[in-house]
Design a protein around this ligand. Structure first.
Ligand SMILES: NC(=O)c1ccc[n+]([C@@H]2O[C@H](COP(=O)([O-])OP(=O)(O)OC[C@H]3O[C@@H](n4cnc5c(N)ncnc54)[C@H](O)[C@@H]3O)[C@@H](O)[C@H]2O)c1
Ligand SMILES: O=C(O)[C@H](O)CO
Length: 326
């Protein structure tokens, strides 16, 4: 087979890099820190692999040989989908291998916000645990409370399983269409119910957003959304930051009835130093670590590498994103 040119735009683990190097010519160049090397390799590249960098129209226009882009992520909002489709470039991603890990992270945020884990741990570290804590520092139960899920795909369902089966939580979900639970998730039958958004927001003690970023979800979590939430409810975002209007979130915390927010994702990442979300006392911010465990990041890199090798060999890759559907 002819050796093709691969441009790795974000570091891959050595074993995955070796799989690529065994078959193809590989250049590793991060456009954020090695711009000149990246720019030199791009026009020759048949395949791109990496994540967390915008692969936009301008970049694609400089890559006339490109056949495939393999993202080390499940989310594809960094990619110019229409342009990829128009140019006949395949887009691959990493669905499925990160579901359980991201669901764990979301649950960490549920527990941290409701039981005030970070705040009370800091109290101990600061030497302020000088007497038994009083009611003013009590938290709220998670078990038995109602969970409202926006997005009920692979990860949403992994969160629902934890909530329903582990914490006895009734689950209400809102998605583009109802899921056939008998066929796809029998363990959630009778435990998770497709619910109109207004009813979900009025009934849920925790609202978890696990949505992709698209034209239909950008900014959809707005002031009217927060106003419709049950007083005292908690908001968690594990999907994408730009689905939330962050000013509206802050207003709901400061002037509305939102109890707390747990956020793994932000409209701008890394979170700007001036963002009030960084230090708000009732916000638990995380630096986009949903899938960031050794095991899962390796599984993502492995799947992305397999996708790329299959595509360049003319085979149908394991996980192709349908750019025509976007
Ligand atoms: N925080 C992290 O590190 C992290 C990790 C992985 C994924 N994510 C994000 O989570 C997203 C979801 O991943 P997934 O694998 O579960 O995707 P998925 O495609 O399996 O599920 C997406 C769900 O969102 C619903 N949805 C889409 N648009 C909607 C709309 N306008 N209104 C209501 N529902 C809508 C779909 O119906 C589906 O239920 C990814 O696209 C990514 O952006 C974040
Ligand atoms: O979409 C994903 O896979 C995560 O957000 C990591 O980028």
């Amino acid at each position: 087979m002819t050796r093709k040119n691969i441009l790795v735009f974000r570091e891959l683990p050595d074993d995955q890099l070796a799989r690529l190097q065994a078959v193809h010519e590989v250049t590793v160049a991060d456009p954020r820190s090695q711009r000149a090397a990246f720019d030199a390799a791009l026009p020759l590249a048949h395949g791109l692999i990496g994540s967390s960098f915008p692969v936009d129209d301008a970049l694609l226009a400089r890559a006339p040989r490109l056949e495939v882009v393999s993202s080390v992520s499940v989310g594809v909002d960094n990619y110019a989908l229409a342009s990829l489709h128009a140019r006949g470039i395949l887009l691959c991603h990493t669905p499925g291998v990160l579901d359980e890990t991201v669901a764990d992270t979301v649950f960490a945020l549920l527990m941290a916000t409701s039981r005030r884990v970070v705040e009370l741990s800091n109290l101990v570290r600061d030497g302020a645990w000088t007497k038994n804590i009083g009611e003013d520092l009590f938290g709220f139960d998670v078990h038995g409370k109602t969970l409202g899920l926006l997005g009920f795909g692979r990860i949403g369902q992994a969160i629902a399983r934890r909530a329903a089966l582990g914490f006895g939580m009734p689950v209400l979900y809102h998605a583009r269409r109802p899921v056939d639970l008998a066929a796809q998730a029998p363990e959630l039958q009778g435990r998770a119910v497709h619910t109109p958004l207004a009813e979900l927001l009025a009934g849920a003690d925790f609202v978890v957003a696990m949505l992709p970023l698209s034209d239909s979800t950008r900014g959809m979590i707005d002031a009217s959304f927060f106003a419709a939430m049950k007083p005292g409810a908690v908001f968690i975002n594990g999907g994408r930051g730009a689905t939330v209007q962050e000013d509206a979130l802050l207003a709901a915390l400061d002037h509305g009835t939102l109890r707390a927010a747990g956020l793994d994702v932000f409209a701008t990442e890394p979170l700007p130093a001036a963002s009030p979300l960084r230090t708000h006392p009732r916000v638990t911010p995380l630096p986009h670590i949903g899938s960031a465990t050794h095991e899962t990041r390796h599984a993502m890199a492995e799947l992305a590498t397999t996708n790329l090798l299959q595509a360049l060999a003319g085979e149908r890759p394991a996980a192709v994103f349908d750019t025509a559907s976007a």
